[in-house]
Design a binder for this molecule. Structure first.
Ligand code: KIV
Ligand code: ZN
Length: 388
């Protein structure tokens, strides 16, 4: 089994489903560029068939992103899948992610379909997608609450039709780590062609266990892809948070023994950009990216850290992109210090002219306000940031 763990970021699709988090095409493209700098393996850019706006956003991201695979969600029908393929045409590498619900509850009450109809539709949709791409992900929505016998039947069929990734969503965040890990392990053991696909975990955080469940899916279940979002953004209580799951696997490499391609130094800039764009504030005590994640307040801890950082730190703040920020920006600051802070904040301006314009705005602000915080700079330059 591979020792590479694929990081599939769905901030721009499942994350955006968070009420109040919808983003414009330009905002999504800006975040996609930061995700590429973060070196995530797959960027789920949106749900192309859901609206013209989402189609255009997926297309723009597919046309610009070169290093990560760009993916679009599609319901299990020919129209959605064609629309996804159309939006992804310009991508260097693309994936179609198709899904249909498989739990008895969802099939009966939501889809009003019989299990046999769902089985046929799943199979035919993957067969249809196979004519358009060779990178197909299939998700049985509400998979964790589905009948395992039925799930095995569906998954075996879609793998035979050419699905290359099988993702098991805990759509409503109902799972418990050990049970979710065993659920995936049993599916993989029972399905004869299971090894032809990469297995993936997709956990929601309704009981606060999305990260723990995802890690159990990897460790116990043998999954090799984790679906996650920056800052854990997502519907209701959110999705598995990228920064937590990535740093857990990296920090406890002794336990997981897996490789991740993500560049951790881009985590904090990504977190800030997503927070600033959506207006979703990161709680101060949030692991890895919260303002207090590396702050030591008690005298005993401060003393310990001054003597040896390992006493109270299991990760280095600078490794995940925190900067010491010893330079306080104000009206006496120069253009170079300003430019450097932009880089630290993950902001990319298109040209020297844009940097000059932003610097002029900064100087105006600094005349009125003695201390300029990172939030001020982010607000000031958001309109200048690269959008095409
Ligand atoms: O939570 C879920 O079930 C999903 C699927 C569409 C993958 O987001
Ligand atoms: Zn989801």
């Amino acid at each position: 089994m591979s020792d590479k763990l694929i990081i599939f970021d769905t901030t721009l699709r499942d994350g955006e489903q968070s009420p109040g988090a919808s983003m414009t095409k330009d905002e999504k493209l800006r975040i996609a560029r930061q995700l590429e700098r973060l070196r995530v393996d797959v960027i789920e850019a949106g749900f192309a068939a859901s609206s013209n706006g989402d189609f255009e956003a997926v297309k723009a991201i597919a046309d610009h992103i070169k290093e990560s695979t760009v993916c679009s969600l599609a319901r299990a029908n020919d129209r959605d899948i064609s629309r996804a393929a159309e939006a992804l045409k310009g991508a260097a590498r693309s994936r179609i992610h198709t899904f249909i619900a498989t739990s008895a509850l969802h099939m009966e009450k939501k889809l009003r379909m019989t299990p046999d109809q769902v089985f046929e539709q799943a199979k035919l949709s993957v067969r249809f997608a196979r004519n358009l791409t060779d990178d197909i992900e299939f998700s049985p929505e509400d998979g964790y609450r589905s009948d395992p016998d039925f799930l095995c039947r569906v998954l075996e069929a879609v793998i035979a039709e050419g699905a290359t990734t099988i993702n098991i969503p805990d759509t409503v965040g109902y799972a418990i780590p050990e049970l979710y890990g065993n659920f995936i392990r049993h599916l993989r053991e029972r399905i004869p062609n299971a090894d032809k696909a990469v297995w993936s975990v997709h956990c929601h955080n309704d009981l606060g266990m999305a990260v723990a469940n995802s890690l159990a899916g990897v460790k116990i279940g043998g999954a090799r892809q984790i679906e996650c979002t920056i800052n854990g953004l997502g519907e209701r209580a959110g999705n598995c948070s990228l920064e937590e799951v990535v740093m857990a696997v990296k920090t406890r490499r002794d336990y997981f023994g897996l490789e991740i391609g993500v560049d951790p130094s881009q985590i904090v800039p990504a977190s800030r950009l997503v927070s600033q764009t959506t207006g979703f504030v990161v709680q101060p005590n949030k692991a890895v990216v919260g303002a207090n994640a590396f702050a030591h307040a008690s005298g005993i801890h401060q003393d310990g850290v001054l003597k040896a950082r390992d006493t109270y730190e299991i990760m280095r703040a600078e490794d995940v992109g925190w900067t010491a920020n010893k330079i306080v920006l104000g009206k006496l600051s120069g253009r170079n210090a300003f430019k450097q802070r932009l880089q630290e904040l993950g902001i990319e301006l298109d040209s020297e002219a844009e940097i000059n314009a932003a610097f002029a705005k900064f100087k105006e602000l600094a005349d009125r306000k003695s201390d300029i915080f990172d939030e001020d700079i982010l607000a000031l330059v958001m309109d200048e940031a690269v959008t095409h």
